[in-house]
Ligand binder design. Structure first.
Ligand SMILES: NC(=O)c1ccc[n+]([C@@H]2O[C@H](COP(=O)([O-])OP(=O)(O)OC[C@H]3O[C@@H](n4cnc5c(N)ncnc54)[C@H](O)[C@@H]3O)[C@@H](O)[C@H]2O)c1
Length: 252
């Protein structure tokens, strides 16, 4: 019960790593507010969290809309009475529309920024006051190894949004450390989730696994365990850190 008596909000809780973190956090005693644009997926997560023996408040909304994020936090605090953990997990990777700067339209650039960068802006903007009221807490941002290196097959808006989150993590760590609020960022490597599904078949997965020192793709639980550490009181001296979870890919 590493998250006993904690309340967490997880964006993108409907699928992939957000769903897995919702279930793991629940198994560890947390109550979870899940914000997702996909109502059906969110309801499936709610059933899994109930099965894990905890409570889940499902809020359907779009992280790129400030009013939706504000509402999720207000409804969550009203329902559970407090908020301890902000997990800004929701993000999109659209390899068909978000490519190199010379191929990407302004419209597609902006929507990727709105979801991947403005989403965490809205979550922290409206969530930090609630963490302060609770006497402190943990903010977890989600970057990517694609923000740490260049890749020939570019998704430049995605990469820039994830890179900006590294700067945001450090800024929030310094600003709110004195309020007992720590901010850290996880950089997942290649994780087998619905986000990657359109771009991966079995042959591609096998080829990618061969390039990763751990010789496998990640699974959502690999990231959920990293988030669990950052959410729990075990990490109270961990502030402004970047945690790469990629099977050693970035070490090469
Ligand atoms: N999967 C990977 O290989 C990988 C690698 C590095 C970083 N990441 C990052 O990890 C995070 C989680 O990725 P994932 O692979 O679990 O993705 P996923 O697509 O499997 O799940 C993302 C969830 O976010 C929700 N979502 C999407 N847009 C939303 C919006 N505008 N408002 C609210 N909810 C929205 C989706 O409905 C979905 O439930 C993302 O930030 C992603 O960029 C993923």
């Amino acid at each position: 019960m590493r998250l006993k008596d904690k309340v967490a909000i997880i964006t993108g809780a409907g699928m992939g790593m957000g769903r897995e973190a919702s279930v793991l956090f629940a198994e560890e005693g947390a109550k979870v507010i899940g914000l997702d644009i996909n109502e059906k997926a969110l309801n499936e997560t709610a059933a899994l969290v109930a099965g894990a023996g905890s409570e889940f408040l499902a809020v359907v909304g779009d992280v790129s809309k400030e009013a939706d994020v504000k509402r999720a936090i207000e409804e969550g605090v009203a329902y559970f009475g407090k908020l301890n953990i902000l997990y800004a997990n929701a993000g999109v990777l659209w390899k068909d529309r978000d490519r190199s700067v010379i191929e990407t339209t302004e419209e597609n650039w902006d929507i990727v920024q709105a979801i991947n960068l403005k989403g965490p802006f809205f979550l922290t903007k409206h969530g930090i006051p609630a963490l302060k009221t609770a006497g402190g807490g943990s903010i977890i941002l989600v970057g990517s190894i694609s923000a740490l290196a260049g890749f020939e097959l570019a998704q430049d808006s995605y990469t820039c949004a994830k890179g900006a989150l590294i700067s945001l993590a450090k800024s929030l760590a310094v600003q709110f450390g004195p309020d007992n609020i720590r901010t850290n960022i996880i950089h997942p490597g290649m994780i087998d989730t619905p986000l990657q599904a359109p771009y991966l078949d079995d042959t591609k997965k096998k080829n990618i696994a061969a390039c990763i020192p751990s010789r496998r793709l990640g699974v959502p639980r690999d990231i959920a365990y990293a988030a669990l550490y950052l959410a729990s009181d075990e990490s109270t001296f961990c502030n402004g850190a970047e945690l790469v979870v990629d099977g050693g890919f970035y070490a090469m």
